[in-house]
Design a protein around this ligand. Structure first.
Ligand code: PEP
Ligand code: MN
Length: 372
């Protein structure tokens, strides 16, 4: 059960104290307070855990200062959609960029940071095409221990400084250890916060619960959590809920394909038909990663790369974020060069995305007309 307080109720008010006292007296019920600080107001939600089925909703709703009470009808308490909670927000803003289930942000960038020249070429191209976001891998989880592991903290300062120079607002960056979060915070501090970071939980760490708890405990940076490549959707959505249960609900859910040879010759089996499913079950914006799903630049006789087909399929299904590998000189990329698009292809890629997005918007409008 979720109790949503009226926006003006302060923590030190008599109403707030009376509500908490009431809850403290309920047998076998624990509660957890979650505050969401928006630009205009603070939204306070109290989550009740325990035997809530027998609690009378009306009685709690009648308490002064309570706006409404939502019975949690589904899983994913914080991030899920529940019966009669349509008004609960699906969106969040970070560093001037809005993330929600109705818009689309493109994060084109380097799979792995290699050197400042390539970072600068990438960011310049991104900003010239009117984008505000990019991806920059500093900590790379690699299958082979002898493969390049990423420059780690050594590259953070120049990556953030160059981002500031080109007006990049958000960089998606994977972390595999809590120490990485500290290093990122420190580098942002040292460079004077020229940009923002969306912490990425990679598919290999989707169920690294201690990492999720740690990342969820910091509420400043949003989190992109990738679907685990060999677990069910439900398990991955529960992993996302770990982040929110610790306090950070600025969470984007990423689809990146499933590991099975049945997807051959693609690197993973593309699962973008789950975009609308995640939007139905949760309030998270949904990201697609065509690069790590398809894993190749191969194309078909129609002149389009599979990677662009997959992107369009995700966008036409309503995806809200695209994470895609580009590289100025793919042959020199230290990680995933063969699946990287070239800077000269960015304009084409974005135009293709626009076509797919327009098709999605037309489909939504048609569905709305049908509903009347
Ligand atoms: C990545 O985005 O760089 C990455 C390693 O992706 P995934 O965790 O989906 O394999
Ligand atoms: Mn990669």
């Amino acid at each position: 059960m979720i109790i949503i307080l009226e926006p003006h109720i302060q923590k030190d008010s008599d109403e707030y104290k009376a509500i908490l006292k009431h809850l403290d007296n309920l047998p076998n019920i624990k509660h957890r307070v979650h505050e969401e600080h928006g630009q205009q107001q603070t939204l306070t939600e109290i989550y009740l855990i325990g035997e809530t089925k027998i609690l009378p909703k009306d009685e709690i709703e009648a308490l002064t200062g309570v706006e409404r009470v939502v019975r949690v009808s589904q899983e994913y308490r914080v991030l899920g959609r529940h019966a009669d909670d349509d008004h609960r927000s699906c969106s969040f803003e970070y560093n001037g960029v809005t993330f929600d289930q109705n818009n689309l942000n493109v994060f084109a960038g380097l799979c792995a940071v290699d050197n400042p020249t390539h970072v600068e070429m990438m960011m310049q191209a991104v900003s010239e095409h009117g984008l505000q976001c990019t991806r920059m891998g500093a900590y790379k989880p690699r299958t082979n221990p002898y493969s390049f592991q990423g420059h780690g903290k050594n590259c953070l300062n120049y990556v953030f400084e160059i981002a500031g120079k080109y007006g990049i607002k958000v960089i998606a960056m994977e972390v595999t250890h809590e120490q990485h979060v500290k290093e990122i915070q420190q580098a942002l501090e040292e460079t004077g916060h020229p940009t923002g970071v969306m912490l990425q939980i990679g598919t290999r760490n989707t169920q690294n619960f201690e990492l999720l708890k740690h990342v969820g405990r910091q509420k400043d940076m949003p989190v992109l959590i990738k679907r685990g490549f060999g677990i069910t959707l439900e398990e991955s959505l529960n992993a996302a809920e770990y982040l929110a249960s610790e306090g950070n609900r600025k969470v984007v859910f990423g689809l990146r394909g499933m590991k099975t040879n049945l997807g051959d010759p693609h690197r993973n089996f593309v699962d973008f038909t789950h975009v609308p499913v995640v939007k139905r079950l949760t309030r998270m914006p949904v990201c697609i990663d065509p690069s790590h799903s398809v894993g190749t630049r191969q194309g078909s006789p129609d002149g389009l790369m599979d990677l662009m087909h997959a992107t369009a399929q995700g966008v036409v299904a309503g995806a809200n974020m695209i994470l895609v590998d580009f590289h100025p000189v793919p042959s020199k990329a230290l990680v995933d060069g063969p699946q990287a698009l070239r800077l000269e292809e960015l304009e084409w890629f974005l135009e293709d995305v626009r076509i797919a997005r327009e098709a999605y918007e037309k489909r939504v409008a048609l569905a709305a007309k049908q509903a009347h």
